[in-house]
Design a binder for this molecule. Structure first.
Ligand code: MTE
Ligand code: MO
Length: 205
């Protein structure tokens, strides 16, 4: 363990340490991490939409206003970044992924994986069953406020059971797939499964 890491780790309150996966330290900050530029929207109703395609009976599209009309829920959860920071008790509001499925055409039985497609070509893959968990959200509020541009405005995926790179910011598309396919970081050596509790940071050699 490096000295710097140990110092940060030791700051985690002892009553919260069992909530921190191996090799992680707790931060009170909310670091911003991504590849490429932050997209800006001047007229979100015309410049943004959410498209759904792949293993589904028919493709679908939501404008900003249509998406915002869907029922929402709020969850409080811990997030874990592969660069070793964890943040506890973060509060998010958005459309539960399971709920979202009720508002799109039926999935084909072959649908087993999802590719999240983002602005500027970022992608990440997640098994469909992970997105059926209670805490998988299409999130647009953080701590009661609209997401800031750097944290994913107007919409991000939230899959807190996986390392945070799978919580795709600036979401524009959801592709249902029959076979798994690696996303952006998954192609560059990150672990496909990305379970923080198993420390699945990098791909097997
Ligand atoms: N579109 C997009 N989403 C992304 C990324 C990215 O590069 N592009 N980076 C991921 C990574 S590596 C992390 S750790 C989290 C960081 O989210 P935050 O900046 O809100 O903390 O966003 C994830 N989502
Ligand atoms: Mo990350």
């Amino acid at each position: 363990m490096s000295e710097l890491f140990k110092k940060k780790y030791d700051r985690t309150p002892s009553d919260k340490r069992d909530r921190v996966p191996p090799g992680q330290y707790v931060t009170e900050k909310f670091p911003v991490l991504h590849y490429g530029d932050v997209p800006t929207y001047h007229d979100v109703e015309n410049e943004w939409d959410l498209r759904v395609w792949g293993e589904i009976e028919a493709p679908a599209r939501f404008s900003f206003a249509e998406f915002r009309a869907l029922p929402t829920m709020t969850i409080t959860t811990d997030i874990h970044c592969v660069t070793r920071w964890s943040k506890l008790d973060t509060r998010w509001e958005g459309v539960q992924f399971r709920e979202f499925l009720k508002h799109i055409p039926p999935l084909k039985p072959s649908a087993r994986y999802v590719m999240a497609h983002c602005e500027h070509g970022f992608t990440t893959n997640v098994p469909l069953d992970v997105l059926l968990d209670d805490d998988a959200l299409l999130a647009y509020k953080y701590e009661g406020e609209e997401l800031t541009p750097e944290h994913g405005y107007p919409l991000r995926l939230l899959t807190p059971r996986k390392y945070f790179w799978k919580s795709a910011k600036w979401l524009r598309g959801i592709e249902f797939m029959a076979e798994d396919r690696p996303g952006f970081w998954e192609r560059y050596g990150y672990n496909n499964n990305a379970d923080p509790w198993k420390e699945e940071r990098y791909a097997e050699e």
